[in-house]
Design a protein around this ligand. Structure first.
Ligand code: 1GP
Length: 235
């Protein structure tokens, strides 16, 4: 079950099908020692570009999951599917509306054992995902703690994802969420470009996601695997 496998993930690379990645860079990523490749993005995601990236990734033995952002780009053949539900928006389509539409369309074919929900809290107001989903990003620590409780105790989602995509986040916010969670795993993603940033967030988040750095400095991105895995999570 994917909900069990996610517990093993310490480091992940997020690959955007709408961005260009050379074969050499992908080969390095494939042999990097990361725990999983997450394929997904916010805009320009299509069945074709996702399928084409999956075929290239399959040359390597690394697990690979799709983070679904639109039902028109769901590609069969991934090891699993992450389903984001944006918690800090009032637009129901991003909470569960699009999900319901997809279930009506594909319900008979969904491999439920390979699906895992993510309770997203988007905190960078400049991120495309924040603008797209109408996320209310000006949260205090008490708000984030409430979201952590909502995600763990009411929704019982296996994953809480603190998304700062494109900018390095506030460690105190991440700490506050982590201290609250017992069973739900905390994923952090956003703006990791240095060793200090990788180690700082890895101390508090169970899983660290590195995205943009792959496309701006792949050598540095590769180094994040070691920095994260050498760091022990605070309990
Ligand atoms: C994006 O959280 C991931 O969804 C990673 O963020 O691209 O800023 O590394 P970056």
């Amino acid at each position: 079950m994917l909900t069990e496998k996610v517990k093993q993930w310490r480091h992940a690379f997020k690959l955007d099908p709408n961005k260009v990645l050379s074969d050499l860079a992908l080969q390095m990523i494939g042999h990097s020692g990361t725990d999983v490749l997450i394929v997904g993005g916010t805009d320009g995601i299509t069945f074709e570009n996702t399928w084409s990236l999956l075929k290239r990734i399959r040359k390597y033995s690394i697990p690979c999951v799709q983070e679904i952002s639109t039902d028109s780009a769901v590609v069969p053949g991934f090891d699993g599917y992450l389903i984001p539900s944006v918690c800090n928006t009032e637009q129901a389509q991003w909470i569960h509306g699009a999900h319901l539409k997809a279930i009506k369309k594909y319900g008979d074919f969904i491999p439920w054992q390979q699906v895992c929900m993510e309770g997203y809290v988007v905190l960078n107001s400049d991120a495309k995902v924040a603008r797209l989903t109408g996320a209310q990003t000006t949260l205090q620590r008490a708000d984030l703690v409430a979201y952590a409780r909502l995600i763990e105790h009411l929704y019982r989602f296996p994953l809480m994802y603190i998304e700062y995509s494109g900018t390095f986040g506030n460690i105190q916010m991440v700490q506050a969420a982590k201290k609250e969670l017992k069973n739900t795993r905390l994923i952090y993603g956003g703006g990791i470009t240095t060793e200090d940033q990788a180690r700082t967030m890895a101390e508090w988040a169970d899983t660290i996601v590195v995205g943009n750095l792959i496309y701006t400095n792949v050598q540095k991105a590769l180094q994040t695997v070691g920095w994260v895995k050498e760091t022990t999570v605070q309990r």
